[in-house]
Write a protein that binds this ligand. Structure first.
Ligand SMILES: NC(=O)c1ccc[n+]([C@@H]2O[C@H](COP(=O)([O-])OP(=O)(O)OC[C@H]3O[C@@H](n4cnc5c(N)ncnc54)[C@H](OP(=O)(O)O)[C@@H]3O)[C@@H](O)[C@H]2O)c1
Length: 504
């Protein structure tokens, strides 16, 4: 047997591929050897194809080549993405990319993979295609409108193709799970109604050949019946509150769980704590003792406590004053579009900038030259910012977001010339834009921001935001593109710059 795995990260594919081989050998050897003769091993081969389903249809040529010569008996269309958090359609971050990406990954993949694999199945008059839709595809789900609709497509497509090919020996199953504890749902801890992927898959596989449309798991089937009883409208309004709460938190991630009460604490360094555990009869009924051994090497140091401080002063400038300052700065400042370098490629920033300060300022591999000709409005604002914050500022980066399409991507202000833990005073003038922050993930998350805490602050005309302490170390920030009509916004970010390389 051969299992072909298709996903985007080769490293993860290799890991799953090894797990499958080891698992199969361990689990199937005794049974198979009795069936197939002593000493005969059950063989499972794996094959991996690393492609990004968000890319264009060209990837299907790569997949077709990778699958050439294989008789595909079962196809599982599992790949899927959702939003980072529930959101109104127009407020979904990076909406234009999200639309094409989600349709490519959730919808096109199902149709194209079926196109590649179904002919062989039809020729052999047997085969099964399991398409992973979602309970969100059973009825329209506000705040997940795009996701819910792509999943409705998967459900309709599966049932229609099944009707077309069932007489040819093909099963096409539509699987509609409620929550499963995975990276996508951002649920870490499985519960009875939000099972682990292993528990869910085990239950779902037992429905293949029996149900063409399935929730795949008994409790999910009950939830589906219940939502049918109370009607999709009412079910939606019950869940809508929950989605609204999650939307406002900006993430599905829940608070950290407390350790279970009553567990014995580990003893001091080099000590041992043992946890006696009576093991049930299913495991042989013996009394076993698990011992905790203090690791000899400390894996991670307890981080130094550095406070991050955010101060938001909504009416730092009265509206009348903010109005004329905005008009004057918009007209007078030497706004220019800066070119930066990313992976050796030059790109133009989606906003205009200008720089004031005795020293030049370098970020993203390009430099803004020193400019000591402070505009009188800026010189006056600098004094007022210093008074309000208790910090001195010798430099100022001005950003002009011309409309909702202008933006700044995730970054932190951590250039060496700013020195560690800089204070940045950010003053907003003009139309309101969302300022978003996400926390740097812990080391074990390996750069994955999926579970990162997020904050969104709408910054309106005349608002001052002060970022101090460990903000730049511990958080990234951005101003995402928006799809409402947005007028121009000027953001003045005052800071203290030192000659490079700054002493640390
Ligand atoms: N979890 C739930 O509560 C739930 C509920 C209903 C339906 N579903 C559906 O179940 C399916 C599986 O979801 P899951 O919860 O297991 O999600 P998951 O843990 O995020 O897994 C999704 C898989 O798809 C891969 N993937 C994502 N984007 C890709 C891309 N552009 N190209 C190639 N591979 C890509 C991921 O690879 P990487 O690991 O490299 O990112 C990962 O292997 C999805 O279709 C989802 O809509 C999930």
């Amino acid at each position: 047997m051969c299992v072909a795995l298709i996903s985007r990260t080769q490293e993860k594919l290799d890991q799953v591929s090894n797990e499958i081989r080891v698992d199969f050998l361990n689990k199937s050897e005794p049974e198979i050897s009795s069936e197939q003769g002593k000493g005969e091993k059950f063989q499972v081969d794996t094959k991996t194809i690393a492609v990004d389903f968000g890319q264009g249809v060209g990837i299907y040529q790569t997949i077709e080549k990778g699958l050439a010569g294989l008789e595909i008996g079962v196809l599982v269309n599992n790949v899927g993405i959702s939003y980072s958090y529930p959101e109104y359609f127009l407020d979904v971050p990076d909406l234009d990319n999200m639309i094409s990406n989600m349709i490519s990954i959730n919808v096109t993949s199902v149709c194209q993979m079926t196109r590649l694999v179904l002919p062989g199945m039809v020729e052999r008059s047997k085969g099964a295609i399991l398409n992973i839709s979602s309970a969100s595809g059973m009825y329209p789900v506000p705040l997940l409108s795009l996701y819910s609709s792509t999943k409705a497509f998967v459900d309709f497509f599966s049932r229609a193709v099944h009707a077309e090919y069932k007489s040819r020996g093909i099963i096409v199953q539509s699987v509609l799970p409620f929550f499963v504890a995975t990276k996508l749902s951002k649920i870490r801890q499985p519960t009875l109604d939000k099972p682990s992927p292993a528990a869910y898959v085990k239950a779902a596989l037992s429905t293949v050949g029996l149900q063409i449309q399935t929730n795949g798991y008994l409790l999910h089937a009950l939830m589906s019946v219940l939502s049918g009883q109370i009607g999709p409208q009412n079910a939606n309004s019950i869940m809508a509150d929950k989605r609204q709460r999650v939307r406002i938190q900006g993430s599905w991630a829940g608070p950290a769980r407390k350790p279970a009460p009553g567990l014995p604490a580990a003893t001091g360094s080099g000590g041992r704590a043992s946890l006696p555990c009576a093991v049930g009869s299913a495991w042989g009924g013996a009394e076993r003792t698990f011992e905790f051994q203090q690791p000899t090497q400390v894996k991670r140091k307890v981080p130094e406590v550095v406070i991050m401080e955010l101060r938001l002063i909504p009416s730092f400038l009265p509206v009348s004053e903010a109005d004329w300052m905005f008009a004057q700065l918009l007209a007078d400042l030497p706004w220019k579009q800066k070119s930066n370098l990313l992976h050796g490629e030059s790109y133009e920033e989606p906003r205009l900038t200008c720089w004031f300060g005795e020293l030049p300022y370098t970020y993203s591999h390009s430099t803004l030259q020193a400019n000591t000709q402070w505009h009188p409005v800026l010189a006056e604002l600098r004094q007022r910012m210093e008074l309000a914050s208790g910090h001195s500022f010798n430099s100022l980066l001005c950003n002009l977001y011309r409309d909702g399409k202008d933006s700044i991507a995730w970054h932190s202000d951590s250039e060496p010339s700013l020195r560690p833990r800089p204070t940045i005073g950010s003053l907003s003038l003009g139309d309101t834009r969302n300022f978003e922050m996400r926390k740097q993930p812990a080391a074990e998350e390996d750069g994955d921001y999926t579970y990162a805490e997020r904050i969104r602050v709408p910054l309106s005309h005349g608002t001052l935001l002060l970022m101090e302490g460990a903000v730049q170390e511990d958080w990234q920030h951005r101003v995402p593109k928006e799809y409402h009509d947005r007028g121009p916004r000027i953001n003045l970010t005052f800071r203290m710059i030192y000659p490079e390389p700054g002493p640390r």
